[in-house]
Design a protein around this ligand. Structure first.
Ligand code: FMN
Length: 367
């Protein structure tokens, strides 16, 4: 019987338990996307806190494009030495560390004026109203190469794996989504075509890093919006990626929208029925693929996660906000599975000064 706290091997990575830190933009890198002492310390503290595999926040793969401030960059060889120090520090604390590779596209409010923003088609993003430039075949080829070069740098910096960010309305998830992808060439229309850029990035990373270097994906279970990616198509995309040898599939969903219940960072997860909110999708994917499936979103109860291990084929669980609030939550759960995380899912951790828990914010004088 699988246990939440047993050691496992995922695509050659030794993992001390089945709990991961999902990629979480910390907003603590500098203007060039370089590691700062504060960001380094934040990640090392999480590594000390017991999670088996840690993804820092999404990293941008081209110097020209960055959807949010304070993100890590992996667009240049000069990024490698600092990141090498980070991965050494995480390894010394007993965790594995991966890097999530991202091209944001139109899901951005960060200096959108006057910069080139690519998309599959020139469709306004419902959350930002930014209209991207539809990519030419040449643009797609150069972005595929940028992902591969970024993965090469990640490997040289000591990351144990990379993860393609294909969720939440960023560019790779837009290619999968009929709402954003209106192309009539080899990259649009059928699901095979909408997955083509993923296939090409995976092949390019394998060419640069070798067949055995682990490549994971975070994918939307559905866009949860009219005209968006459906659950059936997402399941089929997971089957395609599994057939291509993807090493792990993290199931998320949705994009920022007016409806908080379809937001991938769903608020106010207190009652059990609001927890682990992509469970049904992850369960279905885990039945359909051979790659390990990772469930993210509202995981708040270690006993419920163990019950999922016992009764479904889901293999791993990822945590984001709870580790902002309580970086040592995994160690606490190991000591006491009934421990209730203190995270309120209030989403006030999205703070311009760097993402910290509201409960840790020092009251300003007079507050
Ligand atoms: C502050 C913050 C930053 C996030 N940054 C990322 C990111 O860089 N990449 C990503 O895939 N998801 C990101 N997410 C989403 C989380 O990884 C996760 O999918 C979501 O918060 C639900 O999990 P939770 O209930 O454990 O917080 C972010 C979430 C938060 C709260």
């Amino acid at each position: 019987m699988a246990s939440l706290f047993e050691s496992t091997t995922l695509a050659g990575m030794a993992l001390r338990n089945r709990l991961m830190r999902s990629a979480t933009w910390e907003r603590m890198a500098d203007e060039q996307g370089r590691l700062t002492p504060r960001l380094e310390q934040t990640l090392l503290t999480i590594a000390e806190g017991g999670a088996a595999l840690i993804f820092p926040g999404y990293a941008f793969v081209t110097a020209q494009e960055q959807p949010n401030p304070g993100m890590l960059g992996i667009y240049d060889d000069a990024c490698v030495p600092d990141l090498q120090r980070l991965t050494d520090g995480v390894h010394e604390r007993g965790a594995a560390v991966g890097l999530q590779l991202a091209y944001g596209g139109s899901f951005t409010n960060y200096r959108p004026e006057g910069r080139l923003i690519w998309g599959p088609s020139a469709v306004p993003h419902p959350a930002t109203e930014v209209v991207p430039q539809a990519m030419s075949r040449g643009d797609i080829a150069s972005l595929v190469e940028a992902f591969a070069l970024a993965a090469g740098r990640a490997k040289r910096a000591g990351f144990d794996c990379v993860q393609m960010h294909s969720s939440h309305g960023y560019l790779l998830s837009q290619f999968l989504s009929p709402y954003f992808n209106r192309r009539d060439d080899a990259y649009g229309g059928s699901l095979e075509n909408r997955c083509r850029i993923h296939r090409e990035i995976l092949a390019a990373i394998r060419r640069v890093n070798g067949e055995s270097y682990p490549v994971l994906i975070k994918i939307n279970s559905a866009d949860h919006m009219p005209g968006g990616l459906t659950a059936a198509d997402s399941l089929e995309a997971c089957r395609i990626l599994d057939g291509l040898g993807i090493d792990g599939i993290e199931i998320s969903g949705g994009l920022r929208s007016q409806d908080p219940d379809t937001y991938f960072v769903k608020p106010h997860i207190l009652k059990p029925e609001r927890q682990s909110y992509y469970r049904p999708y992850a369960e279905a994917v885990a039945e359909a693929v051979s790659a390990p499936v990772i469930l993210v979103g509202g995981n708040r109860d270690a006993r419920m996660l163990q019950e999922m291990l016992d009764t479904t084929s889901i293999a791993y669980f990822a945590l984001s906000r709870t580790l902002i609030s309580e970086p040592d939550l995994v160690n606490r759960w190991q000591d006491d599975p009934s421990h209730q995380p203190r995270c309120l899912s209030c989403n006030k951790c999205f703070d311009p000064e760097g993402h910290i828990c509201v409960l840790d914010r020092k009251a300003a004088p007079g507050e």
